[in-house]
Each structure stands twice: as C-alpha cells, then as structure tokens.
Design a protein around this ligand. Structure first.
Ligand code: ATP
Length: 234
C-alpha cells in the first residue's frame, strides 16, 4: 500500500532522513522504532506532506505522492495522529472530532462519523461537551486517535501514542491500535516503547540517525541481540 524509496529529508542544515526505504502492506501494522532523533517523526511528517522530501519517492497504491501535500494526502486516505496529541484545548471534544472530518461533505455523513467514534470510545461520548484541555492525558490521546479516525482513513500514522501515559493506559492504547488494524485499517506506528510496538506489529524497521539499520518481523527484532542490548534493556 505504502512504499518509500531512498527518502532524504531535512530541516535547514540538518539532515534528518538519509535514504529511508520501507514498505507497509495493506492491512498491516508496521512499527518504526529507534532512539530519539533517529528520524521516526520526520518519516511520518514527510509521508503526510507536512515536511518536503529532498529526494526519493513515496508511493501510495502505486501512485507517486511524494509532493502531494497534507490536504491531498488526507483526501487519499492518510491520517496523521501527531506526537503530543495536539488537541485543541479550548474546543470541545465534539468540535475537536469535527476537525478530523473537515473534508466530509454533508452533516449526515458527519453525524454517522460521530456515531461510529462514540461507539468505539464511550468515554469521548460522555465528555463530548467538555473542553479538550480538561481531559486526562489518556483521554486526550483517545481524542487524537478518534479525530484521526473521523476522516475514515485507509492508513493511519501514529506518532508516539503511549508518550507520557500511565502504564495501564499505555496497555489500553496499544489494544486500541491493535483493534484498528484488526478492523482492516493499515497502521504505521512510531514508538519509543520498542518492546510493546515489536510485540504488536506485523513488521518493523529500526532507524538510527536517519537510516534503516534493521528490518524484519516484530518477533525477529525482539530476538536480535543488537536490538535487545540497545532498545530492550538487554
Ligand atoms: P523523537 O523520538 O525524539 O521525536 P525521532 O526519531 O522522531 O525522535 P525526529 O523528530 O524525526 O526524530 O528528528 C530527526 C532529526 O531531525 C533530529 O536530529 C532532530 O533534531 C531534527 N529535527 C526534527 N525536527 C526539526 C525541526 N523542526 N527543525 C530542525 N531540526 C529538526
């Protein structure tokens, strides 16, 4: 579904991606793991069109979308759930969700999307009139996920969904992401929590300083001595 070839990208003088290549098959959950600054977030931002590639290609279902830009990527079914959640704190839960569906043509379609998300996330339904900034960290993450799903994406990019959450909520977050994949949506997941991501994913890529240094099935990477020593605490 998604194929990235030899992608280079940076910010001013900083070279963030130095020739990344990776594939995400339809219906798969693929994880990107690696240390801080490895280029994981930049990879997601480049896919969703928030950062421009310097060279290389991004293909979605065989179509070159390298320079498509964020709106076109959303129209093509790619949703980005950003690091740090980025909910709009002074807007209600319902209005935050509506931001995820701004391409929806009619009120009836929007209503159906609300119903679907409230069904999956009853906590958001209970709090639909509450300001997003007053939600707990876990609830804000649920809202960010719900907002991404409002666009009925075919591919969701998750950036560090477990960041800053209590351990029991982290477990719940991974269960939600697994359920999204099980319902047929393709997922590309960036995570610092390497063990949980490798356990959950179908395939994974390990990034170091802007390059893919290992790729394989999650279980293979969990057993890899370098991965164990560097990312899984031995
Ligand atoms: P983290 O988990 O810390 O977010 P990451 O693997 O997601 O790490 P990126 O955020 O993609 O890594 O960063 C890759 C490189 O690009 C780093 O060296 C970082 O300092 C740099 N970088 C990221 N964003 C910017 C920016 N807006 N301006 C300049 N440099 C940036």
């Amino acid at each position: 579904m998604l194929e990235i070839s030899d992608l280079f990208c940076g910010y001013g003088q900083v070279s963030a991606l130095k020739g990344i290549s990776l594939k995400v098959g339809k219906g798969e959950l693929v994880a990107l793991v690696g240390a801080n600054g490895a280029g994981k977030s930049t990879t997601l931002r480049t896919i969703s069109g928030l950062v421009n590639a310097r060279s290389g290609t991004i293909r979605l279902d065989g179509v070159d979308v390298t320079r498509a830009g964020p709106q076109r990527m959303l129209q093509m079914g790619v949703a980005h759930c950003p690091e740090g959640r980025r909910v709009f704190p002074h807007m209600s839960v319902a209005d935050n969700l509506a931001m995820g569906a701004y391409l929806r043509p009619t009120d009836a379609a929007l209503k159906a999307d609300y119903a679907r998300i409230y069904d999956d996330f009853p906590r958001l339904a209970e709090r639909r009139h509450q300001m997003a900034g007053t939600l707990s960290g876990g609830e804000q993450q649920m809202l960010a996920i719900g907002r991404a799903l409002m666009s009925r994406p075919r591919l969701v990019l998750f950036d560090e969904p477990s960041l800053g959450l209590a351990p029991n909520i982290v477990e719940q977050m991974f269960a939600i992401i697994g359920a999204i994949r099980d319902a047929g949506t393709t997922v590309l997941l960036v995570e610092q929590n390497a063990f949980a991501a490798l356990e959950l994913c179908d395939h994974a890529y390990l990034l170091e300083t802007g390059r893919v240094i290992k790729a394989g099935r999650g279980a293979e990477l969990i057993d890899d001595p370098h991965v164990r020593a560097a990312y899984l605490g031995g």
